[in-house]
Design a binder for this molecule. Structure first.
Ligand code: PGA
Ligand code: ZN
Length: 419
């Protein structure tokens, strides 16, 4: 048996320049490393990201989380078998002992959980995606369809667009590399249009690498992207997705959209209109994080893929509640919302058992770690969102998928249904 010899965490910086946790696990097979991302538009039911709230890094330091890994977690994991992911994660959960991982921090716990998965795959001498396939009992791996966020708004950009993400989804591409090629062409063509129409500053990018043009109405980005797709002749291959992230403009009893107050019912009508007007196939968080009811109404009234992000927080009990209410037909899978790999796998597995789609997701604050690419392939999740085809921390994921595609794994596009 391969044993964990040492565990060591450190504070590194994420793509926004904020500290985050990276963990190294040493075994006789060598060193395995993982780091954790960080969100900006976080759901209130997410596991706790432990921050120092001290002077350094304007309160955002993670020294306490790092210390928790280097003391409590390191002591507990030393001598353990890294191939036994479920046991490792159970131990991490017990060490913390809280429902939301607030004692040790989900950032501390997840860094160790993921580094352990990498150590486990090294111990077995298989690739990470194969190790994940095994521990998640996935029959056949697939290469996901990417959802690339090419116009940024909401909390990820300094413009007035209320919707957080406008994504292109090349469902009918022949392969992942073809999907990426098409997406890159659309991205660059859109850049030309934005520059011509609004000037060069409109091509500045937001946190996830998408453009952040000075638009203020919900429909405009959809129009611009649809025009670009048509111009390039890709209207058959490419569909659209939005992450509304509606919690970010929910003001307690009303939504504030385009500077005006509006209701959930009016928003619902607007989404129905969007679905009729544009090649929109997917919508995420169309209502704020507790409105299971309006999610369900939209689900009934349209053929859209309805994804729960802040609504679900990769949390099994919330996913079950959404399933009872028929609120969604897709799960956004973010490991740091729940804090261990095993719990994320359980969430994905439950969603699949309800015939939901699963979209594996990055966070707006990312590192160069490409773990989610293997996670998506190993669980055959079918979809991944990792931002625009721009910025290294986003491309780290897509580029890993290009490598995995070379192994002859099937592209998920053909079998993907959105409703
Ligand atoms: P976040 O945004 O990482 O800032 O939470 C991503 C999302 O809402 O999907
Ligand atoms: Zn979201």
């Amino acid at each position: 048996m391969v044993k964990i010899l040492a565990v060591k965490a450190r504070s590194i910086l994420d793509s926004r320049g904020n500290p985050t946790v990276e963990c190294d696990i040493k075994t006789e097979k060598g060193l395995s490393r993982a780091s954790v991302p960080s969100g900006a538009s976080t759901g209130s039911h997410e596991a706790v990201e432990l921050r120092d709230n001290a002077k350094a890094y304007l309160g955002k330091g993670v020294e306490r989380a790092v210390k928790n890994v280097n003391t409590i977690i390191a002591r507990a994991l030393k001598g353990k078998d890294p191939t036994r992911q479920e046991e490792i994660d159970k131990l991490l959960i017990e060490l913390d002992g809280t429902a939301n991982k607030s004692k040790l921090g989900a950032n501390a716990i997840l860094s160790a959980s993921l580094a352990c998965a990498r150590a486990g795959s090294a111990a077995k001498g298989v690739e990470l995606f194969e190790h994940i396939q095994k521990i998640s009992s996935t029959k056949k791996c697939t290469i996901p369809v990417p959802a690339l966020n090419i116009i940024n708004g909401g909390k990820h950009a300094g413009n007035k667009i209320d919707v957080q993400e406008y994504m292109i989804i090349p469902v009918k591409a022949k392969s992942f590399s073809h999907a990426l090629q098409i997406s890159s062409e659309i991205y660059h063509k859109l850049k030309e249009t934005l520059k011509l129409r609004f000037g060069a500053s409109a091509t500045n990018v937001g946190d996830e690498g998408g453009f952040a043009p000075p638009l203020d109405c919900i429909e405009e980005p959809l129009e611009l992207i649809t025009d670009t797709i048509i111009k390039l002749g890709y209207w058959k291959e490419v569909k659209l997705g939005m992450d509304v992230a509606a919690t970010s403009f929910w003001k307690g009893n009303k939504y504030l959209v385009e500077g005006k107050e509006t209701t959930a019912d009016l928003l619902l009508e607007r989404y129905e209109e969007l679905a009729k007007t544009f090649p929109l196939v997917s919508i995420e968080d169309p209502f704020y994080e507790e409105d299971f009811e309006h999610f369900a109404q939209l689900h009934t009234k349209t053929d859209l893929q309805i994804i729960g992000d802040d609504l679900l927080c990769t949390n099994l009990s919330r996913i079950k509640k959404a399933a009872e209410h028929h609120s969604c037909n897709a799960l956004l899978l973010k490991m740091n919302q729940i804090g261990t790999l095993s719990e994320a796998l359980a969430a994905a597995s439950y969603a699949k058992s309800r015939h939901w789609n699963v979209m594996v997701s990055h966070r707006s604050g990312e590192t160069e770690d490409n773990f989610i690419a293997d996670l998506c392939v190993g669980t055959a999740s079918g979809q991944i969102k990792a931002g625009a085809p721009c910025r290294g921390e986003r491309l780290a994921k897509y580029n890993q998928l290009l490598r995995l595609e070379e192994k002859g794994i099937k592209y998920a596009g053909k079998n993907l249904r959105f409703s």
